[in-house]
Design a protein. Structure first.
Length: 607
């Protein structure tokens, strides 16, 4: 907090690499080997890292602080401090760190450097409680205890603006949004206690969480960047809202600005590549990834991204090769094991895919890792039409998530899975889960519940119910500017038209959805299906062929291609694609509707 007053410094907090520490078996995040510290700093593309030790002897705090250069692991400076006031020690440490880093002073006379007690709290007891909160929330992941500790801290010092602001956001995460207003208002009342650059964050969250005014929330961050055009933190904060608002062009501008201000932040190249891929600019995405790979050839993360890009382009052999190279670098990386398993699944190698996922699950050592693997296994069962099995795995994933995610996110994950129950024919259970989510979520997030209703009605293919639910989902999107959810509404509108036989209008909506979400190849299958129903077979084949590039054994896509070739009288081609979908669905649930439709088609045309 003391260092963050200086916008020349860009700080990477432990929360950015806490999962890496857990994977290394360091659950409490202390006694980290120096070699791992250096590796983490290198992964974060930080030129320097700080470590040390703290102990208390007879009421006197003794701290040893070590500053290292990342590239060579060279110790730059080590200093020892002692005193009874930890906040005073923090002031001494930060001054010396800036000296040891040789931070230039010329032309920077206006940089604020208040005593840390002025920007946090003058109460040692309030500060102790807020430190206990950090341990409870980040290490123990006990959010209920975290709330209690922060409530005690602000009771001791109501002017503790940072704690008030954190308490307000924690109320949101723990589904107590009705309690947010009081601590957020207190944070605004005592905003003078915060470093100047953090005041914009508090103002933005105040407008977003309390006033529910996304325009002013974003305007606060834009003003921050205008007043402090060299502050990287301002553009990082803008980026978060731009992603929620699905402003991909704006997000790209923010990322490029960050890279311009600090060319050393090479990981931004990966974010730029991800964004280009989401925008459908595959060549630009590969260029950004390759640029990063040229500078960091030993970084397996970029190989995973290039592999995913190769898969999307239909080059599954290249995707396998890249994943294999990445696994040589880190054979225990869960994300890589899941990634290559997904390539096997796309290629129709079901046993290899499931074996890869099972291996990843055996190696997963943390709840985060296990949740990631369960998500992949869930997708495996869905693709094979085994929805009951997918639900079992989904519930295992949610159980893992509940151990490390705040309640609001777990409730949202549960809401996102209600369509699974409907797909399995367990409609009453789907609505029961929906009502449970409604009871857990508080305003304004409870207005997200109609999105779950929409997903259920889309599975049931009930046009009237879909149409009736859409305005309530749009109201939530408009309220909080959650434009990232807009494609789902547009897809629902397209399905309504399609179910009513209005295929030209459906195509218009699916094309709009594809413009909003160009990376989603399943939309191409929807477009192909509607062109088939209009008798526009050449267009249908073109769209579905492009979808098959990404997933040659995608069962729904092959089924649609079979129907298209059947309509064109190309029965051998129809049977080839129908057989492929039936192969994927060979062990599907008996009542899985898409497998049932494929079997009906096989009775009609052979297969």
């Amino acid at each position: 907090m003391d260092l963050i007053q200086d916008d020349f410094l860009d700080l990477s907090m432990p929360v950015n690499f806490s999962e890496r520490l857990r994977e290394a078996g360091l659950q409490d995040m202390v006694d980290v080997p120096l070699s791992l510290e250096r590796e983490l700093a290198e992964e974060q593309h930080r030129n320097h890292f700080v470590t040390g030790s703290v102990r208390t002897v007879d009421g006197v705090v003794e701290a040893t602080v070590s500053l290292y250069e990342t590239q060579r692991g060279r110790l730059v400076e080590e200093r020892t401090y002692s005193g009874s006031d930890v906040l005073d020690l923090a002031d001494q440490i930060s001054v010396n760190l800036k000296e040891d880093l040789r931070i230039p002073q010329m032309g920077r006379e206006g940089i604020q450097d208040l005593p840390v007690s002025e920007i946090l709290t003058g109460s040692p007891e309030a500060y102790r409680l807020s430190t206990e909160f950090i341990i409870a929330s980040q290490i123990e992941r006990d959010f209920a205890r975290g709330v209690s500790l922060l409530e005690q801290a602000v009771a001791v010092d109501p002017t503790y603006a940072d704690a008030q602001h954190t308490l307000a956001t924690l109320y949101l995460y723990t589904n107590q949004a009705e309690l947010m207003a009081e601590p957020m208002q207190a944070a605004m009342d005592h905003i003078y206690r915060l470093p100047e650059r953090l005041r914009f964050v508090v103002k933005s969250n105040y407008y977003f969480l309390v006033r529910q005014d996304m325009d002013k929330a974003l305007a606060s961050l834009v003003m921050w960047a205008e007043l402090f055009p060299d502050d990287i933190l301002a553009y990082q904060a803008q980026l978060q809202i731009q992603m929620v608002q699905d402003d991909k062009e704006g997000a790209l501008e923010s990322l490029n600005k960050i890279l311009e201000l600090d060319p050393g932040q090479r990981d931004v190249l990966l974010q730029i590549g991800d964004l280009h891929e989401a925008m459908g600019n595959l060549a630009a995405a590969e260029e950004s990834f390759q640029k990063y790979a040229g500078e960091f050839p030993d970084d397996h993360e970029v190989l995973a991204r290039l592999a995913a890009l190769a898969r999307r382009s239909g080059n599954l052999d290249r995707a396998r090769e890249l994943f294999d190279r990445a696994l040589i670098m880190d054979p225990s990386d869960i994300g890589l094991l899941v990634g290559i398993g997904s390539v096997h699944l796309a290629a129709g190698e079901f046993e290899r895919a499931r074996g890869q996922f099972d291996e990843a699950l055996d190696l997963a050592s943390t709840p985060d890792n296990r949740a990631q693997v369960y998500s992949a296994i869930e997708s495996y069962h869905v693709s094979r039409g085994q929805i009951d099995s997918a639900i079992v795995v989904m519930e295992q994933r949610l159980a893992e998530a509940s151990t490390f995610q705040p309640p609001i996110l777990v409730a949202q994950y549960r809401l996102g899975g209600v369509g699974r129950y409907a797909e399995a024919g367990r409609v009453e259970e789907a609505f029961r889960v929906l009502e449970e989510a409604r009871s857990e979520l508080t305003a304004p997030i409870d207005q997200m519940v109609p999105l779950g209703e929409l997903r259920i009605h889309m599975v049931l293919e009930n046009a009237d119910e879909i149409e009736a639910t859409i305005p309530r989902v749009e109201a939530f999107i408009d309220l909080l500017r959650y434009e990232m959810l807009r494609p789902e509404v547009v897809s629902a509108q397209g399905l309504v038209h399609e179910l009513r036989g209005e295929h030209t209008e459906a195509i218009e909506k699916y094309e709009e959805e594809h413009r909003l979400k160009p990376a989603d190849f399943t939309i191409l299958t929807d477009l192909g299906r509607c062109h088939r129903k209009l008798g526009q077979f050449d267009q249908a084949v073109e769209y579905i062929s492009e979808a098959l590039l990404n997933s040659p054994f995608g069962p729904r896509t092959n089924y649609e291609m079979a129907l298209t070739y059947e309509a064109m009288g190309r029965m051998d081609d129809a049977r080839e694609h129908l057989n492929r979908s039936l192969e994927v669905w060979a062990e599907a649930d008996p009542e899985y509707r898409w497998a049932r439709r494929a079997r009906e088609a096989a009775e009609r045309i052979g297969g």
